[in-house]
Design a protein around this ligand. Structure first.
Ligand SMILES: Nc1nc2c(c(=O)[nH]1)N[C@H]1C(S)=C(S)[C@@H](COP(=O)(O)OP(=O)(O)OC[C@H]3O[C@@H](n4cnc5c(=O)[nH]c(N)nc54)[C@H](O)[C@@H]3O)O[C@H]1N2
Ligand SMILES: Nc1nc2c(c(=O)[nH]1)N[C@H]1C(S)=C(S)[C@@H](COP(=O)(O)OP(=O)(O)OC[C@H]3O[C@@H](n4cnc5c(=O)[nH]c(N)nc54)[C@H](O)[C@@H]3O)O[C@H]1N2
Ligand code: SF4
Ligand SMILES: [Mo]
Length: 662
């Protein structure tokens, strides 16, 4: 029997592999034996015929791909990198890579090619939370753990559909509910998660800042501020208090679309309960004011001192299995490495550690900027930007202009492959080993369960081959993931709050390691003055506005059994049929308005593009709002490319669209 962990979502469930079967690990702390349908079917996706098994190349996009050798492919890539100005090279990575993969890619680009153009799809996912945690708590540090739900009295889930997106954690929430936990769900849709709520608030999309500001104001007005905590640990209280004296309460409540009664019902529950967790995901982060939305939530926890104690805190639920690990290593272009920024002292430390002179102090391009930067070489690894970036028609045109696009993928059928010149076959989950950090700072190890397919390589080895071909053999002579992890651990000593150096690689196979627990125990924030910061933020209504021609707001999101593009989950043998891949939920009032009946084929269009889908009429969605799942690969032909100005995260959830029968 081999113990490993699931490679899909941020919950990071432990599993056991025996006699070609996967079952949940009953002694594993995060899942206690449970797995969802995706975890159970990991093995099936390794054996599918849609695996990419050989390196392939073509000279231009009009040609068919031809098989090539690793040596030829790597040589072409290294030559192009060597002749390109360094700022014209970009690595587009993924929150699904393992820590060791990130480490090699980051070291190569930031330490040896010499630019910081390494970013990941996490930019589209939780970069707003990263920026907000840094501003308020001083570092990208998630101060809550999943088992805190057992010590909480009230869990507020806002813009998060745990029933479909964090399935096994949702199960734990249900257990906690049986033990007395109260649950509030705030979402424009009555989701599967809302079914377990004591109170459901059908908020109007894009109005969360107003809602949380109203909560902060009430906390202040009704004397619920933890004065001692604020005095000892928090900056900007007086400023916030003064600002809240003058906010337009009635207008703010109106913008949320909630009634006074609904808000009072919320407030009653909020006041009554001692230990409170507010958890959020894409309904908050994916917004042109994503950072401010995060800050508005974090403010409530700082004012009440409900942070850094059991059962309390602002909890950003990371989506991908190792997005947090990626951020720790330095996978974002706005971080250098091991949570260090670009100030001289940090740059010098990193130069010395990697024994290089090439580290730049200029932040690199974000994932959302890379396609617009006229790059000469773009290397995409473990993600599908043509599918996932907003305003797809525009992104396709931009991608076509890049002279060399390299795609590293374990599967054949991504959308970005259509725009690649070279494709390299990676070894997927089960055929490789390495570590990942889940959504609550728990580092676990994926084990190799089966032999690596003949011509496939783990992602780190592919980046190492490129590094070696560029001449950096001395800095890139790793022979195992253990060696890489141990070098990375040494590096974490440059920033001691990241106490990953205390873990042991070999032990990780048996038990997970949780970093950063001391920070919480000591109640010491990670800012320079060790105090947290409150921020006064306002709803600036920056999202795309509906109008007479495009009168509806499009929301997009997950369904339980599918993983994004579905290269691993939309397979005949998985038979995961919980929900269809392509549907559009519409309120009956809007359906009537546009002459649409349940089951009709409809066209959904925005100013940027159009797609077809099947209408599902339901009372579970707010009027003037429609929902489509992102298992429809064409979804981003509709969405707009407005970004949060600080995090540069897209505003996927609020595009103006119209619907009509076809
Ligand atoms: N099955 C499955 N699970 C997954 C994934 C997957 O592909 N499939 N992906 C993983 C990843 S990468 C991520 S990031 C997570 C995402 O996890 P979630 O964010 O929980 O998943 P979404 O379905 O995007 O849900 C976002 C919710 O926000 C709501 N929402 C939209 N706009 C607003 C708003 O303005 N305010 C509020 N309050 N709510 C709003 C939507 O109606 C939706 O219910 O899931 C992870 N887990
Ligand atoms: N409209 C809209 N758009 C969105 C979102 C939304 O909510 N709405 N959500 C955004 C978010 S939060 C996210 S995280 C992104 C997700 O979007 P993507 O990251 O683009 O989606 P995935 O399907 O997870 O892509 C993972 C890719 O990695 C490949 N792969 C699998 N295993 C391996 C491996 O071991 N090595 C390598 N090299 N490749 C492998 C898979 O085949 C697949 O092509 O989408 C974003 N886009
Ligand atoms: S909840 Fe997430 S980590 Fe657990 S089995 Fe499902 S997909 Fe895997
Ligand atoms: Mo995500």
């Amino acid at each position: 029997m081999i113990k490993s962990v699931c490679g899909y979502c941020g919950v990071g469930c432990g599993l056991e592999f025996e006699e070609n079967k996967l079952i949940g690990d009953v002694v594993y702390p995060t899942n206690e034996g449970k797995l969802c349908s995706k975890g159970v079917s990991e093995l099936i996706s390794i054996q599918t015929p849609s695996r990419l098994l050989r390196p392939k190349s073509r000279d231009d996009l009009t040609q068919e791909f031809k098989e090539t050798t690793w040596s030829n492919a790597i040589s072409k890539i290294a030559t192009q990198i060597a002749i390109s100005p360094k700022e014209k090279v970009g690595f587009y990575l993924s929150g699904q890579l393992l820590t060791e993969d990130y480490y090699i890619a980051n070291k190569l680009m930031k330490g040896f090619i010499g630019t910081n153009n390494v970013d990941t799809n996490s930019r589209t996912c939780m970069s707003s939370a990263v920026v907000a945690y840094k501003k308020s708590l001083g570092a990208d540090y998630v101060p809550v753990r999943m088992n805190d739900v057992h010590d909480a009295n009230l869990l507020i889930l806002v813009g998060a559909n745990t029933a479909e997106a964090h399935v096994v954690f949702h199960n734990r929430i249900k257990t906690a509910k049986k033990q007395g936990l109260k649950i509030i769900v705030i979402d424009p849709r009555f989701t599967d998660t809302a079914k377990i709520a004591d109170l459901f608030l059908p908020i109007k999309p894009g109005s969360d800042i107003d809602f949380w500001n109203l909560v902060s104001k009430r906390i202040i007005d009704e004397g619920l501020v933890d004065e001692k905590f604020v005095e000892e640990h928090v900056n900007n209280y007086d400023l916030l208090k003064n600002k809240f004296k003058r906010v337009p309460v009635t207008k703010m409540l109106k913008r949320t679309g909630l009634s006074t009664e609904q808000f009072e019902e919320f407030w009653q529950l909020y006041k009554e309960n001692e230990n409170i967790i507010t958890a959020w995901t894409m309904g908050i982060n994916q917004s042109s004011q994503g950072v401010d939305k995060n800050l508005a939530i974090i403010n409530t926890h700082l004012l009440t001192g409900k942070i850094f104690t059991k059962g309390n805190g602002p909890f950003s639920l990371t989506g991908q299995p190792n997005a947090m690990g990626g951020r720790e290593v330095g996978g974002l272009s706005t971080i250098l490495a091991v949570h260090l920024g670009f100030e001289k002292e940090s740059v010098d430390k990193v130069k010395e550690f990697w024994k290089t002179t090439k580290v730049s102090n200029i932040p690199g391009l974000t994932a959302t900027q890379m396609l617009e930067a006229n790059l000469d070489v773009l290397i995409i690894c473990h993600t599908d930007p043509i599918y996932h970036l907003p305003n797809r028609n525009k992104m396709e045109e931009l991608m076509k202009k890049i002279p060399m696009v390299v795609e590293i993928n374990a599967y054949e059928n991504s959308e970005s492959a259509k725009f690649a010149h070279i494709r390299l076959p990676a070894a997927p989950w089960g055929e490789k080993e390495g570590t990942q950090t889940n959504l609550d700072r728990t580092i676990t190890k994926q084990e190799k369960l089966t032999r690596t397919s003949i011509d496939c390589l783990p992602d780190w080895e592919i980046f190492q081959l490129i590094a070696q071909r560029l001449g950096y053999k001395e800095a890139f002579n790793f022979t195992s993931t253990k060696e890489i992890f141990e070098e990375y651990q040494e590096m974490t000593k440059l920033n001691p709050h990241l106490n990953i150096y205390e873990a042991s690689y070999d032990n990780l196979s048996k038990e997970p390691f949780i970093w950063g627990e001391k920070i919480r125990e000591n109640r010491e924030f990670l800012t320079k003055d060790k105090r947290a910061n409150l921020f006064f933020v306002e709803n600036k209504l920056l999202s795309e506005k509906t109008n007479l021609k495009y009168p509806l707001t499009l929301l997009t999101g997950r369904t339980r059994d599918q993983w994004h593009t579905g290269t691993k989950t939309n397979l005949p043998r998985t038979l995961l049929k919980y929900k269809e891949l392509n549907f559009c939920e519409i309120h009956p009032t809007n359906a009537k308005q546009f002459g649409i009946q349940d089951g009709d084929t409809i066209k959904i269009s925005s100013i940027r593009g159009e797609i077809e889908s099947k209408a599902i009429l339901t009372q579970d969605i707010r009027i003037d709002t429609i929902f489509m799942p992102i298992s429809n690969r064409d979804i981003n032909y509709l969405t707009h490319d407005l970004y949060d100005k600080d995090s540069l995260q897209p505003d996927y959830n609020h595009s103006a669209v119209k619907i009509e029968r076809v």
